[in-house]
Write a protein that binds this ligand. Sequence first.
Ligand SMILES: Cc1cc2nc3c(=O)[nH]c(=O)nc-3n(C[C@H](O)[C@H](O)[C@H](O)COP(=O)(O)O)c2cc1C
Length: 160
Amino acid sequence: MTLDPREFRNTVGCFATGITVITTLDADGAPIGLTANSFTSVSLDPPMVLFCLDRKVASFESFAVGKPFAVNILAADQMDVSNRFAKSGPDKWDGFNFDTWDNSVPIISGCLANLECRGDSIMDGGDHVIVIGEVERMASAGEDIKPLLYYRGGYNEVAS
Ligand SMILES: Cc1cc2nc3c(=O)[nH]c(=O)nc-3n(C[C@H](O)[C@H](O)[C@H](O)COP(=O)(O)O)c2cc1C
């Protein structure tokens, strides 16, 4: 049976998620970042997370086993950050300041949480790949900071 792609998107969009910006460095050491809501935790021991990466994105080649990347979990007031990194193009980082931790990958400030990871494995996932990373360092904000949510194709916020 062939499923309708639009209906599939609408159906999986019923699952509310947070929004992250995944960051790394390209081969020349320039910052890379893309908005991703496919993030989830995988393992507690060792601490591992994953995200799904579209084979067609410009930053595809910048993710590899052994390379560091960071997961920046966006707060409710960071919709502009989500929109900025959901577009392709060389100007993504223009005028955008970021911190770094141990591995020089961009750590976005004002987030709900940040995790610095090292690429552990990359698995086939149809038109995406599944990037699994081991978490090496992390930080999270206080409980008063609310998450930015994605639900049915649009931004949302928690009720309280
Ligand atoms: C809310 C939201 C979630 C997204 N989630 C993903 C994702 O999980 N994986 C992915 O590869 N692209 C995802 N995208 C699309 C990328 O952010 C988009 O293709 C981006 O332009 C890629 O940047 P690049 O081409 O510079 O690599 C998402 C976009 C939005 C708005």
